[in-house]
Design a binder for this molecule. Structure first.
Ligand code: ATP
Ligand code: MG
Length: 428
């Protein structure tokens, strides 16, 4: 036998019964998005590499070391498996002039790819849900997108997800702050680690994000962006805060909160939990008013977030939040292979009436003993077995045998009038 082939490291199969949790989560997402009027977009998983280099910024973790980039051997195009969703959605909005008649509220779900060291909550193919509200510049939409995430936690029954909030101000305010930062770090060059040295002039803001304990004091003493913000930036933050306060959503202002991508301005936020170890950020986002123009569109504001589905599902598992069990309403028992055409037709009628039917698969040697079929019917969790015996079929009927309720009686039902009794089979 040839060696078995295994999945790529850090890229996981999602199989039953775990996939039921995924479907449940996705259903909740769709419900919540409808509630807020956000419409689904589906963009390609592969994009031209320059989209991410330009959109995310060259000196970001993602672009520097996490992208799956390759040259299309057919035509030499530089392509990348998308590491995040915002750039692609913005590209699509620009390419299809989606904003010509006003703002758009959009969401997506799907796989993302980053070449990171696989560990709990960190994979090479992972999945995100994201929202992007394009064309709205006001703080109301900032509060709205943040509250969409809260609605998800509530709907899923997730406790203990906290909101952290910050503002990055505007580009000009950040430029002045950045110069002050560089001066501060330059004055203490000997305390910078190699990463910080490298970033000193390219991306000093990211030095504030360091996890190196030896640099904490230096980072604490660094000039704060808050001291460089003008009135309009401060007003924007205050308005977001007032709306979150009114909606009863607590938050912590975290002046250290910067996001991985260059494109953010004003409001940035993260939803975090202590239950997932060091991979505690389940959702992060912010405003990106410059991105549409950067991608080649007419300037338009934008705000959004991305949520790591694996981390949310991990959290759900920890609190034992489970989707409703996916069991069939009925299991079809087939005593004789000769009856299969009639059985198949009857089962289609049942399904058309909204009943979830699991058919006993006969296989090429016939359906097997009644005993083994009833064993499978029982294991399936179905509430009833439908028994398609020769006598019943000859009379145009099927026997309905209750499997969960010892006191309930077996009955026979007419196949000609499935809708009149189908609902009695539904799992409560
Ligand atoms: P982190 O600091 O954990 O690396 P990030 O800032 O790179 O996160 P974003 O790019 O903001 O993450 O993506 C949004 C969300 O996607 C994260 O909050 C996280 O829940 C999830 N996420 C990011 N990278 C991964 C990954 N490699 N595997 C699983 N989930 C991820
Ligand atoms: Mg990351």
């Amino acid at each position: 036998m040839p060696d078995p082939i295994q999945a790529v490291k850090g890229m996981n199969d999602i199989l039953p019964p775990e996939s039921a949790r995924w479907e449940w989560f996705e259903d909740v997402v769709r419900t919540v998005m409808r509630r807020y009027g956000y419409l689904n977009v589906r963009v390609p998983i592969v994009e031209p590499t320059p989209l991410f280099v330009r959109g995310l910024g060259e000196v970001t973790d993602i672009v520097e070391k996490e992208m799956y980039s390759f040259i299309d051997s057919m035509n030499g195009d530089a392509l990348t498996l998308r590491p995040e969703g915002t750039a692609g959605v913005v590209r699509a909005a620009v390419e299809h002039s989606m904003l010509y008649d006003g703002g758009k509220r959009l969401y997506y779900m799907g796989p993302m790819f980053r070449h990171e060291r696989p560990q709990r909550g960190r994979y090479r193919q992972f999945h995100q849900v994201g929202v992007e509200a394009l064309g709205f510049g006001g703080p109301d939409v900032d509060a709205e997108v943040i509250l969409i995430a809260r609605a998800l936690w509530r709907e899923l029954g997730l406790p203990d997800v906290r909101l952290e909030l910050n503002t990055l101000g505007q580009a000009e305010e950040r430029r002045v702050h950045r110069e002050a930062l560089i001066r501060h770090f330059e004055a203490h060059r000997e305390q910078l680690d190699a990463d910080a040295q490298r970033r000193l002039h390219s991306n000093p803001l990211r030095i504030l994000d360091t996890k190196n304990p030896a640099m904490q004091a230096l980072v604490e003493a660094a000039p704060k962006l808050g001291d460089f913000l003008g009135e309009s930036s401060l007003k924007h933050l205050d308005a977001v805060r007032a709306q979150l306060d009114a909606a009863g959503q607590p938050y912590r202002i975290n002046p250290r909160l910067v996001r991985g991508m260059d494109y953010y301005n004003l409001t940035v936020f993260e939803w975090v939990t202590d239950r997932l170890g060091s991979q505690g950020t389940v959702c992060g986002g912010g405003r990106y008013d410059g991105l549409v123009e950067l991608v080649g569109g007419k300037p338009a504001p934008g705000i959004g977030w991305g949520l790591g589905i694996e981390r949310v599902l991990d959290l759900l598992q920890q609190v034992n939040a489970a989707p409703p069990a996916a069991v069939p309403d009925v299991y079809a028992v087939v005593p004789d292979a000769a009856a299969l055409p009639q059985v198949m037709a009857a089962l289609e009628t049942l399904r058309a009436a909204g009943i979830n039917v699991l058919m006993h698969a006969a296989g090429k040697d016939g359906p097997g003993s009644m005993k083994s079929q009833f064993k499978k019917a029982d294991a399936s969790g179905a509430r009833h077995a439908l028994v398609f015996g020769a006598a019943e079929l000859a009379a145009g009927q099927v026997a309905v045998k209750p499997l969960r309720d010892a006191a309930a009686q077996q009955s026979t039902r007419p196949l000609a009038d499935v809708p009149s009794w189908a609902h009695t089979l539904l799992n409560a």
